[in-house]
Design a protein around this ligand. Structure first.
Ligand code: AMP
Length: 282
């Protein structure tokens, strides 16, 4: 595996791969890699000749008071894990190179970004879309793999790619979970013992919806209120939102149905966790 930190060098490598006719799959990450990220890398490896993984803790997608400064950074560990999962090129640019003095352009996907996490993290998706658009321009992948774990993010990226006629296929990869169902996240490491036990209720509540849906329930309000009850019964949890939307358009839905994403954001102690299920897909 090759590690590239220079944008110019990454562009050169991407140009050569294109000229050689090799397909490139791309997995953008912020590092602190875990099984969730590795599953995306394996998926990328199965679909293309060359896998590029980026590790870039993108400052513009963090709000004031969020964990940009304390975000786990360990490129050596990430490189070893990525390589074992099938990464061929690790791209780890510097912040100052990605955002040189004078850069002012932002990619803003309106509508979809004003709800769910976007409603409580203003500017977050502008940061995400801008950096992903830049990374696509540098790496020029044929396809890019994103996790369903961040269900709004992948829907927003799909919209951006369609609206800007970007020639990259977006692949959604399933959420990888701990044995008790908690979605893997670098932020799980911040949970205390009791918080970690309480956090399992997030997926329990989502599984409850899947089973109620399987039994014929279609009423959104009823299942959301049942989820609230389950989550609020745990001592360390505080719900930020629970919602049911179309998994692609993120539009609110009147009824549960195929391709409806039930999504939540919950503080467990001071750690904010998100998770979702897409009905009919689980
Ligand atoms: P991040 O490093 O948190 O920006 O995530 C990079 C990519 O990994 C995104 O596409 C995430 O959706 C994906 N990802 C993070 N956690 C998981 C997980 N538990 N299962 C599947 N994909 C994940």
């Amino acid at each position: 595996m090759e590690t590239v930190t220079s944008i110019v060098e990454m562009k050169r490598a991407a140009g050569s791969l294109r000229r050689e006719g090799r397909t490139v799959a791309f997995v953008p990450t912020m590092g602190a890699l875990h099984e969730g990220h590795l599953s995306l890398i394996r998926e990328a490896d199965a679909r293309a000749d060359v896998v590029v993984v980026s590790v870039f803790v993108n400052p513009t997608q963090f709000g004031p008071g969020e964990d940009f400064d304390t975000y786990q950074r360990d490129l050596k560990r990430d490189s070893e894990l990525a390589e074992a999962a099938g990464c061929d090129i690790m791209f780890a640019p510097e912040v100052d190179d990605m955002y040189p003095v004078g850069s002012v352009t932002q990619v803003c996907v309106s509508g979809l970004t004003g709800k769910l996490c976007g409603a409580v993290r203003p500017g977050h998706f502008d940061g995400v879309c801008t950096v992903v658009a830049k990374l696509f321009g540098i790496v020029r992948p044929h396809l890019a793999v994103f996790g369903q774990k961040d269900g709004q993010q992948v829907a927003v990226i799909e919209r951006m790619v369609a609206d800007l006629d970007m020639s990259v296929e977006i692949v959604r990869s399933p959420t990888i979970r701990e044995p008790d169902g908690l979605a893997m996240s670098s932020r799980n490491a911040n949970l205390s013992g009791v918080e970690r036990r309480d956090a399992a209720v997030l997926f329990e509540s989502l599984k409850h919806v899947v089973s109620r849906y399987g039994a014929g329930e279609r009423n959104v309000e009823r299942v959301v209120s049942e989820m609230r009850e389950m989550i609020e019964a745990r001592e360390t949890t505080e719900i930020q939102y629970i919602t049911a939307v179309d998994a692609s358009t993120l539009e609110d839905v009147d009824e549960l149905g195929e391709s409806v994403m039930v999504a939540l954001a919950v503080f467990v102690g001071t750690t904010r966790l998100i998770d979702n299920v897409v009905l009919g897909a689980e």
